[in-house]
Design a protein around this ligand. Structure first.
Ligand SMILES: Cc1cc2nc3c(=O)[nH]c(=O)nc-3n(C[C@H](O)[C@H](O)[C@H](O)COP(=O)(O)OP(=O)(O)OC[C@H]3O[C@@H](n4cnc5c(N)ncnc54)[C@H](O)[C@@H]3O)c2cc1C
Ligand SMILES: *[C@@H]1O[C@H](CO)[C@@H](O)[C@H](O)[C@H]1NC(C)=O
Ligand SMILES: CC(=O)N[C@H]1CO[C@H](CO)[C@@H](O)[C@@H]1O
Length: 500
């Protein structure tokens, strides 16, 4: 229906922002996009409004520290397209602009649709009145609301306190603009230092290290642990990984605690607690994420004191009509207890589930999400459950062949991004190895491929598949069953790692 204005009537200026949205999704990241998609799948005429403070339409973050750096297209920072390890090209945006409808058309479009309001921040929630307020003071009423606000990168206090010049030469890496900036900066400096030994820091170190081969860029990575990903991997494997990272052209400074950073003679001087001094041009701080719970106060929502994030139940519901998904959700895992997970696959699955529940499905969050990390095209791992190097582990390894790389894995599966939920993998039944070669446990210097089990009270609570791909359903089943296993070598056989 439309109203016609005749004569001298002046048509009211329609606000670009709808005053009401049946489904309002706060945040324009992976979890919100997944929710929008599942809401539309279950309710085809649904009107979904996404509000994001970023200037961009929803996009995936993993390629920002991986494939985009290995692109040979000089305009990659503009196209944001990348060749997947399997050679096919895709964009980091989940959908092109034509997929979305304009916010002002949301309530008139015949079949509904998904609209994205970019560059707007939700600053207040009125949960009794079922409405939110934006940073420009506009109000939007909703029927159902999802909070998927992700998080903001942490910084080191010594950098925050070091003053403007140090801060201006420090990158916190999360968004498209951070990728663009670091790409540009790294072409114009002689030395870059990555602080942090987790997956983000290690991936960026490898990406920049590769670039250093063609330029005279010095790439340093420093962290408090003994080796790369020391908080996740058992020490022997962490040490082995560090050797791989060094081969990518990265200078590793381990057991490094930063005492102070000062700007001096155009350089940054990083002083470590043990007296070592590192001079560099630019710092990338990859030291973790602070879940974004800015709306907790006005919405009266509870923040978990141990894990951070909004506390939700197993259905991801915080209170009636409000759900939380992705990095910002502290949820109850029916197998492993209360958790908060900062990974792509979890954002996809929890967003999808919240969307289902928002449209009335009432399903508990049963899916154990996985995550992956690649150190360049040749070394990669996939993980599930609780992987924490402070837990006892049992590792079973075999020699890797050329087939056992992230590159070969995506070539085989034909998918680009190694998230299971993107590809809707179906579980295959585990088959024990037909060639019963005895698995070797523990300390051997070739950790080409293998399986690492993480134990809590003798039960497997986490599994890493090290250069072993497309077998996540088997790992998921082991965790779901939650049984005690007398011999994990036997369990490892389910993964067929000794097959050629
Ligand atoms: C460089 C990089 C590489 C990664 N690689 C991997 C990987 O290999 N494997 C893996 O499993 N995971 C990876 N991750 C983690 C993964 O990307 C995150 O877990 C995922 O993005 C979480 O999705 P989300 O929707 O919860 O949050 P986000 O993607 O952070 O989206 C939240 C959005 O909400 C916006 N927002 C926040 N507050 C408001 C507000 N009040 N109003 C409006 N908008 C708001 C934010 O600006 C942001 O755009 C990587 C992350 C990064 C940064
Ligand atoms: C790992 O490397 C450190 C040195 O950085 C060394 O002290 C330690 O013994 C190594 N651990 C193992 C298990 O090899
Ligand atoms: C809309 C809807 O279906 N909400 C349900 C989500 O799940 C919880 C818990 O099972 C239900 O109580 C809600 O009714």
């Amino acid at each position: 229906s439309f109203t016609s204005f005749e004569g001298g009537d002046v048509a009211p200026v329609a606000s670009k922002i709808p005053s009401h949205a049946r489904y309002l999704l706060i945040g324009g990241g992976t979890a919100s996009f997944a929710a929008a998609r599942s809401i539309r799948a279950r309710d085809p005429g649904a009107r979904v409004l996404i509000v994001t403070d970023e200037p961009d339409l929803p996009y995936m973050r993993p390629p920002l520290s991986k494939e985009l750096w290995f692109s040979d297209d000089p305009s990659v920072t503009e196209t944001l397209r990348f060749k997947q390890w399997n050679g096919k090209e895709r964009s980091i945006y989940f959908q092109p602009p034509s997929f979305y409808i304009n916010p002002e058309e949301l309530n008139s479009a015949e079949n509904g649709g998904v609209a994205v309001l970019t560059g707007k921040k939700v600053v207040h929630m009125d949960v009794r009145g079922n409405k939110v307020k934006l940073d420009d003071d506009t109000e939007i009423a909703y029927d159902k609301c999802l909070i998927a606000t992700g998080g903001v990168p942490r910084n080191l206090q010594v950098i925050e306190r070091a003053g403007e010049e140090v801060m201006s030469k420090t990158t916190l890496f999360r968004k498209i603009e951070d990728f663009k900036l670091l790409d540009k900066v790294s072409r114009n400096i002689k030395s870059v230092t990555i602080i942090g030994g987790g997956f983000l820091g290690s991936e960026l170190a490898c990406a920049l290290g590769r670039r250093s081969a063609e330029s005279d860029l010095e790439v340093i990575q420093m962290f408090p642990e003994k080796g790369n990903m020391g908080k996740v991997l058992p020490e022997y494997l962490s040490n082995w990984t560090t050797e791989k990272v060094k081969k990518e052209g990265v200078k590793i400074i381990s057991e490094a605690l930063v005492k102070s950073v000062v700007a001096k003679d155009d350089k940054l001087e990083i002083l470590l607690k043990d007296g070592r001094l590192v001079k560099t041009d630019h710092i990338v701080a990859a030291v973790g994420l602070e879940p974004n719970v800015d709306l907790a106060k006005s919405a009266g929502l509870e923040v978990d004191s141990d894990f951070g994030g909004y506390r939700v139940n197993a259905e991801l519901q915080a209170r009636s009509n409000i759900w939380v998904a992705g990095d910002a959700a502290c949820f109850y895992d029916i197998r492993l207890g209360r958790r908060r997970v900062e990974h792509h696959d979890h954002a996809v699955v929890s967003g999808r589930l919240a969307g289902e529940n928002m449209t009335g499905a009432s399903k508990p969050y049963w899916h154990q999400s996985m995550f992956w990390s690649d150190l360049g095209p040749d070394v990669g791992y996939e993980a599930i459950g609780i992987v924490d190097s402070s837990l006892p582990t049992v590792g079973v390894f075999a020699k890797a062949t050329a087939k056992d790389t992230p590159k070969a894995a995506t070539e085989k599966s034909g998918t680009g991004i190694r998230s299971e939920s993107e590809t809707e993998d179906t579980a295959v039944s585990p088959v024990a190895s037909s060639t019963p070669a005895p698995p070797t446990v523990g300390h051997k210097d070739d950790y080409g491929k293998g399986v690492i089990f993480y134990l809590r009270d003798k039960v497997v609570v986490g599994i890493i598949l090290w250069n072993v791909f497309n077998r996540m359903p088997i790992a998921r089943k082991i965790i779901k069953d939650g049984e005690e296993h007398a011999d994990l070598n036997e369990v490892a056989k389910l993964f067929n790692i000794h097959e050629d």
